[in-house]
Structures are given as C-alpha cells and as structure tokens.
Design a protein. Structure first.
Length: 258
C-alpha cells in the first residue's frame, strides 16, 4: 500500500505537469523507477503501460477542453506508432547513451528558442502537416528508448515553431496515448515470442504501475483545464524553463552519480 500511494502521488504530480505543459510524466516516472534499480527495458515497459491509461485520460480531457487539433493529431500518432515500434524492438540492442547527448542538445536549443520567443509578442501559426509525421516518428522512437522522450521532443518542437501551446500540448498528449499503446504491444509481443525475458521483473513493479495509473488518471482533467486557462506567453515560458531544467538534470545527474 505504501508503494502504491507513493507512486500514485508521483503519478498525480507528473500528470499535472505533463497534461498542462505536454511533458515530464515519462521522464519523472522513468527516473524514479531507474533510481530503484529497475532495468531500463522494464522501466520503459512499465511507464508505457501506465501511459496507455493516463494518456487516454489526458487526451479525452484535452478533447473536452477543445485543445486537440485533429489534422495535427493523426500524422503525429501514425509517425509516433512507427517510431515507437522501431524503438521498442531495438531497445535492448541500441545504446541510448550514444545518442543521448545529441537529444539533450536539441532539447536545450528548443528550450532556448521558446524562452526567447516568450519575451516577445508570439506570432502563432499552425505547424504544416507535412512535418508532423516525421516529428512523431522521432518522438516515438526516442520515447520507446527512454520512456520519456515524446513530450520533450514533440511538444517543444511544435511550440518553438509557433503552434498555439494548448493545441501543441493537447494534440501531442492525445497522440501519445496511441504511441504508448503501440510500444506496450511491442513489449508484449517480445515477451510472448521469447525475445524479452524480463517478465518476472515486470511483474515485480505491478504495484508501482497501478499507482502511476491511479494518480495520473485523477490528475488528467485538472491538467487539461490548466492548459486551456494559461495565457500564451507564460505558457511558452514555462515550457521553455521546464525543458532546460530536464536537459540540465539529465546532463549533470550522471556526473554527480545521481
């Protein structure tokens, strides 16, 4: 029960941030699981299992608030599913540390761009649909590898090029639920076919996953309302600051042995 309540509190707090700003649920949840000694593949599978439920609740909540742009949702979801499946298949053979510095550098650059834009009058414009599917592909791949790459990659890029923040967050969160389902299915297939043998480890974290789901589902409607209510410039500024903090933590943490 103590583990369940701890992870429910973490899931609630992470979903408030993720549902309002479009990122951090996967990063926070994966970081906590990894700090407890969870194998990376098991951590990713656990987080994606939770995100199927929390993402669905978040997507429906954003839809109810009018934050989802369907013309953006579909290419993001299709590209994300393809990238997520590829990332899930190669998770055990691809060394994420090799590409991590490049990803963090990209995130930091996007964070700086958003901060600079937030100090001026933000000219909003819808992102061209032709670029949404490739963005989803990259976001889904990185998300499968680390369990928390979708929001920082997709939402940040959308906001940095002028997409209205609440629609960037709402459309991205709705598409993320579809991606999480695809990645979770990939892990299930790997288990059934014998290509992944961490089933006992995965069962061990069932209580943690249940807590993340419970806390995240409860928080989703509140987070979607926050996303709709926040003014554009403070919204963009918060996203930029959060991205820089996440990038800094992931860069400095290993150096400090965290």
């Amino acid at each position: 029960m103590q583990d369940f309540l701890l992870f429910a509190a973490v899931g609630f707090a992470a979903q408030i941030v993720d549902g309002a700003l479009g990122m951090a649920f996967g990063v926070i949840s994966s970081t906590l699981l990894l700090s407890l000694g969870t194998p990376p593949a098991v951590a990713s599978a656990s987080v994606h299992a939770a995100k199927v439920f929390t993402g669905t609740a978040s997507g429906l909540s954003h839809l109810a608030q009018g934050n989802v742009r369907w013309s953006l949702f579909w290419p993001l979801a299709v590209g994300g599913v393809i990238g997520g499946v590829i990332g899930g298949v190669f998770l055990t053979s691809v060394d994420g540390d090799q590409i991590k510095p490049w990803v963090l550098g990209w995130l930091a650059l996007m964070g700086l761009i958003i901060l600079v834009r937030s100090t001026r009058e933000i000219r909003l414009r819808h992102v061209p649909i032709r670029g949404a599917a490739p963005l989803g592909l990259v976001g889904g791949f990185l998300d499968a590898l680390g369990g928390g790459g979708w929001g920082p990659t997709v939402t940040t890029t959308l906001v940095s090029v002028g997409e209205p923040p609440r629609q960037a967050v709402g459309s991205g969160n709705a598409a993320e639920a579809v991606v999480a389902a695809a990645v979770s299915t990939t892990f299930i297939v790997a288990l059934v076919t014998g290509h992944w043998r961490d089933l006992d480890d995965l069962r061990q974290y069932g209580t943690s996953v249940a807590g993340l789901i419970a806390g995240g589902v409860v928080a989703a409607p509140l987070a979607a309302h926050i996303a709709r209510a926040l003014p554009v410039q403070p919204f963009a500024w918060l996203i930029g600051v959060l991205i820089l903090l996440l990038a800094a933590i992931q860069l400095v943490g290993p150096l400090l042995g965290l």
